[in-house]
Design a protein around this ligand. Sequence first.
Ligand code: NAP
Length: 501
Amino acid sequence: MLEAGTGVGGTWYWNRYPGARFDSESYSYGYSFSQEILDEWDWDECFSGQPEVERYCNFVADKLDLRRDIEFSARVDAAHYDDADGRWQIRLADGRTYRTRFLIAAIGLLSAPTMPRFDGIEEFAGEWTHTGLWPKEGIDFADKRVAVVGTGASGVQAIQEIAKTAGHLTVFQRRPNWCTPLHNRPIDEDEMTEIRADYPAIFQRCQESNACFVHTTDMRKTFEVSEAERLAFWEELYAGQGFGIWQGNFRDMLTDADANRLMSEFVADKIRERVDDPVTAERLIPKDHGFGTRRVPQETHYYEVFNQDNVDLVSILEEPIERVTTNGIQTSAKTYEFDVIVYATGFDAVTGIYDRIDFRGVGGVPLKEKWGDGPRTFVGVMVDAFPNMFMIMGPHASLGNNPRSIEYNVDWVSGLIKYMQAGDLTRADASPEAVADWNELVHRKAKRILASEVDSWMTGINLNVDGKDQRRVVVYSGTAPEYRNTCDDVAAGGYRELRFT
Ligand code: NAP
């Protein structure tokens, strides 16, 4: 295992910004494959914070004695397939090389942080960082003048925490997001005992839901119920925990524009109720996309932060950022002075991390070139002419409550490798026809959902990266059960979609 960080945890190692925490219920997010781990780990909170999650990852690594197989500070720069001996040649940033028959790319889908392209960004004399590259020693915000740029899920979590201690916090928002309450709370010993007894049912529920969360879609349609019933249901969801309001809503909420508009109005009114200044409230309400068509940030008193005297909201849409200066940020209206600037500006998502590693398949063809018009995969795990390379949660694989999808991908890849070993097969390649079929299905599914018509990382947009200004189908938007059925059928059918040597 080659790991770029100095410790385990991946996302939960790098994203150690204040306020970083689960948006999935902790007990639905942990590993399910080891009874010992389920028995021995107690979750402290319904939605655990980064320090606890990192402790959990370390606990698992120790429990399973994984460290002896991990090389830390090992960042992979290149992976080239050598046709002559059927092996991958891996090159690390420090020049070391490895050869391997099987290459598993477990490199994440939100793991390539991106900075804005502001002039003068390097000239800022104070402290500055990205939420996804947070320094281990932390940053003390007490009494400081702080800027946060970006209001996605990371920005929202960081803002509500930094606002507690900062002398003054200025939030630079480009497009607002629809945020809904997390309703986190501690888990006491008795509740943990109940959860432990309930684990089989919890994981079963995750398996059955569309995106592997504990929340399952309500099978009614928005306009099938009376207005009073609808509002009562939405009030219940708004008062409920986590992603219930996104994943457990009426079944047409993310596909029917009229249904989605009503739901958006409901959440807009909540924002208006919670933010004292009407002008600020309107700035915080998205006007360019409907509720749930981008990833919904989960919040804890986020909107109330803007009622605090020490917090200001600057809309970059009204007042564009012109440059960063040695002392702060200059917009078209004025220059703001800061001690610290936090960039919560997101990631070159899904394909970005694959672009950063020089992957080359048969004949030296770069993956970046092959995916020039968007990713093409077989079930998000394989790419034709990249033999024996398996992606865990690659582009066009099922996502959602990610550890559930990760475990499924890992099992499927393990099953395939065992099948190859049992049959003395040394090379597996996805057939171009199988890739074309999967690609067609993923594109067809994307047409159904409103989210496909909205700019976000889920539609391949990142204006901080060259060539990522056009929407692309980069994620699979079918349901997780459908995805697993397809992959299970492939395995049960003897992997007819692959070519073996
Ligand atoms: P993000 O959702 O892509 O948000 C990035 C933010 O930065 C957006 O508000 C964006 O504005 C803004 N931005 C980017 N470039 C900018 C620029 N040049 N000038 C001004 N503003 C700029 O990224 P994220 O918040 O890191 O979240 C990414 C994903 O990570 C989430 O959707 C979620 O899947 C995952 N995440 C999960 C958790 C959790 O589970 N607990 C927590 C955090 C993140 P625009 O919208 O206008 O582009």
